[in-house]
Design a protein. Structure first.
Ligand code: NAD
Length: 264
């Protein structure tokens, strides 16, 4: 794919102050898109994310704080992006959290947060961004789901439910927008070494009563025949491809990038 493929296009990446979202935002910006960052974190963390994406960027990079638990803040984020850049051509729904616990101990407030951030926020961003894409005659929506959009693991009831929900949302909206040159896809990564996974290693060790080393080798990488974590850059490059013109016929797909996990 050529350099500056996305010149003139505007992208919103939710949860882009860390991990996978930061990697996607950097790749989109390096390929010419204007990028709106979003996420939680201290001022220092946000300034560092802005500086690192701007260092790679060919066009503007801005930040709007919006809590993905709040439909009103999400609406303000989308409208703020349109106000800043004129359109939203690319929407990447990436913000997500995890909590690992047996269902009988699963805190109801964690269930509510995970459903809000990992599922409902994507409904709200899509609901609010679609009018801009329809008005400009096309667009790209990529939802960062998980292998857990297609299979389950124990102790992740809310996460697996939310990610399966994302698969359904992706397919439904893809059908609704198929004739409008707006593609809607989900990416289903296996384990990626990010702050989200680092926290999960400790939680899973507690939930299963095993060591953290055993979680990495016997739980996480056991599921992945490649026996290595998926790279953030690998995911970002797949997103970039889906955002390009060559991916115009890929829509409604849940695309695994999970080192062979789902082949078993
Ligand atoms: P991360 O913790 O590194 O980053 C999460 C991002 O979401 C951060 O920018 C954070 O500020 C933001 N965020 C969290 N709560 C928010 C809220 N209420 N409002 C706004 N932003 C919020 O995590 P990551 O591993 O990069 O995960 C990113 C996405 O990838 C998630 O949807 C996750 O489910 C998915 N995913 C991760 C893995 C993995 O192994 N890391 C695997 C499959 C899917």
């Amino acid at each position: 794919m050529g350099i500056h493929t996305l010149a003139g296009r505007s992208a919103l990446v939710t949860g882009s102050t860390s991990g996978i979202g930061l990697g996607i935002a950097t790749t989109l910006a390096a390929n010419g898109a204007r990028v709106m960052l979003n996420g939680l974190g201290s001022k220092d963390e946000i300034d560092a994310a802005l500086a690192s994406v701007r260092a790679a960027a060919k066009d503007r990079v801005e930040f709007i704080a919006a809590d993905m638990r709040s439909p009103q803040e999400i609406e303000d984020l989308v409208q703020g992006t349109v106000a800043a850049f004129g359109t939203i051509d690319i929407l990447i729904n990436n913000a997500g959290i995890q909590h690992v616990a047996p269902v009988q101990d699963f805190p109801p407030e964690k269930w509510d947060d995970i459903i809000a951030i990992n599922l409902s926020s994507s409904f709200h961003t899509i609901r609010c961004a679609t009018p801009s894409m329809l008005a400009s005659g096309g667009g790209r929506i990529v939802n960062i789901a998980s292998a857990h959009a297609l299979v389950a693991s124990p102790f992740k009831s809310a996460y697996v439910a939310a990610k399966h929900g994302i698969a359904g949302l992706t397919k439904t909206v893809a059908l609704e927008l198929a004739e409008k040159d707006i593609t809607v896809n989900a990416i289903a990564p296996g384990y990626v070494r990010t702050p989200l996974v680092d926290m999960q290693i400790a939680d899973t060790a507690r939930a299963r009563g095993i060591s953290e080393e055993a979680v990495i080798s016997d739980v996480m990488l056991k599921a992945q025949p490649t026996k290595r974590f998926v790279g953030i850059d690998e995911i970002a490059e797949l997103v970039l491809f889906l955002c390009g013109d060559s991916a115009a016929s890929i829509t409604g797909s849940i695309l695994p990038i999970e080192g062979g996990w789902l082949a078993q």
